[in-house]
Design a protein around this ligand. Structure first.
Ligand code: AMP
Ligand code: FE
Ligand code: FE
Ligand code: ZN
Length: 280
C-alpha cells in the first residue's frame, strides 16, 4: 500500500533538512505524499513543492501551531492558504514574539560570557527560531552533550536560559486555520498526558471550536495506542492523519515516513479523506 508522512519540520523552523532535502528523502523512501508542518510558518512550502514536482511526489501544505489548553497542545493545519489575510498577520505576530523571547535568551547566555548573537542566529537558522536552535548552539559550545541534554539542563522550563513566549489560545489557532481554508487536526494526542476522560474532554472542546481531525499514528506510538486513537477518531467522525514529526538530526531517532525503529506507516487512503474534507 502507498504510504505518506503528514508531519515534518524543515530548516524553515527547527528541522535540520531543507524542504528540498525532505522531498528527496520522501522520494527515496518511496512515499506517495509528504506534508510540511513547520512550527508557526509556511515559508518552506514553495521549496518543497518545487523539489517534489520534479520527483513526482505529492505535497501537502501544513503548519503546526503551539497552543495552550490546560497545558501545551499542538494543532496541525492542512491545506491552509499561506497568503490568507487571516493567517499571515497572526504568524507574523508569533514570529515577532519569538524574536523578543529569543533576544532575552541570548542576553541571558551573553551575561554568562557565551558568544551568542541573535543576528547571527537569524542569518544561520532563518526566520523562525526556537529553543532547539539554542540547544544546537549549547552543544556546539560544549556545554551540553546532545540537544536532549541541552534541553534538560538549560532551555527546558525552569532551567537557566529558559524564557517563556506568548502562546496562542487554542480557540484562536483552530480559528485561523479554518479561516485560511485549512483543516485543523489535533497533533500527537498522547503527548498531553491525559487519561481517556481527559482526552475526550480535549477532543470535544476542540471540536466545539472547529477541529476536524486527529493524528492517530505517530512516531513511538504502539499499534495498540494507534488503534485506540483510530477508534476515537471514528467515534467522533474526525479525519485520521499520521506522521513522523521528522526534525532531521534535531530528533535523530525519528526517520521520515517510518518513525522510530520502523514503527510508523500511514496509508495514502487517509490523505484522500483529508483532501475531501479540505475540498481539494
Ligand atoms: P519553542 O517553541 O521555541 O519554545 O521550542 C519548543 C520546541 O522545542 C518543541 O516544538 C520541540 O520541537 C522542542 N522540544 C521541546 N522540549 C524538548 C526536549 N526535551 N528535547 C528536544 N526537543 C524539545
Ligand atoms: Fe519542533
Ligand atoms: Fe508537536
Ligand atoms: Zn511537530
Amino acid at each position: 500500500m502507498r504510504q505518506i508522512d503528514l508531519h515534518t519540520h524543515s530548516t524553515a523552523s527547527d528541522g535540520t533538512c531543507t524542504p528540498a532535502e525532505i522531498a528527496a528523502l520522501a522520494a527515496r523512501q518511496g512515499l506517495a505524499a509528504v506534508a510540511l508542518t513547520d512550527h508557526d510558518t509556511v515559508l518552506g512550502y514553495p521549496a518543497l513543492q518545487e523539489a517534489a514536482a520534479i520527483l513526482g511526489l505529492e505535497t501537502v501544505p501544513g503548519i503546526e501551531i503551539s497552543t495552550k489548553y490546560g497545558g501545551a497542545v499542538h494543532i496541525l493545519g492542512y491545506y491552509i492558504d499561506p497568503h490568507s489575510p487571516e493567517l499571515e498577520p497572526v504568524l507574523n505576530w508569533v514570529v515577532r514574539d519569538r524574536d523578543e523571547r529569543n533576544e532575552k535568551m541570548c542576553a541571558l547566555m551573553a551575561a554568562d560570557g557565551l558568544p551568542v548573537s541573535y543576528a547571527e542566529m537569524k542569518r544561520r537558522f532563518g526566520e523562525v527560531i526556537g529553543r532547539p536552535h539554542f540547544a544546537d548552539i549549547l552543544v556546539e559550545l560544549g556545554l551540553a552533550s546532545s540537544v536532549r541534554d541541552a534541553f534538560d539542563r538549560y532551555v527546558e522550563k525552569g532551567q537557566r536560559y529558559y524564557v517563556p513566549r506568548t502562546i496562542l489560545p487554542i480557540e484562536r489557532a483552530i480559528e485561523i486555520i479554518r479561516l485560511s481554508g485549512g483543516v485543523p487536526v489535533l497533533a500527537h494526542p498522547f503527548q498531553y498526558k491525559r487519561d481517556d476522560a481527559g482526552l475526550r474532554e480535549l477532543i470535544e472542546y476542540c471540536m466545539s471550536q472547529g477541529l476536524r481531525g486527529m493524528e492517530c499514528r505517530y512516531s513511538g506510538y504502539s499499534p495498540e495506542q494507534s488503534a485506540y486513537l483510530e477508534a476515537l477518531a471514528e467515534e467522533y467522525s474526525l479525519v485520521k492523519t499520521g506522521g513522523s514529526d521528522f526534525h532531521g538530526s534535531n530528533k535523530p531517532q525519528i526517520a521520515l515516513g517510518t518513525g522510530i525503529m520502523d514503527n510508523l506507516s500511514v496509508p495514502y487512503e487517509w490523505l484522500v479523506q483529508l483532501k475531501e474534507l479540505a475540498g481539494k
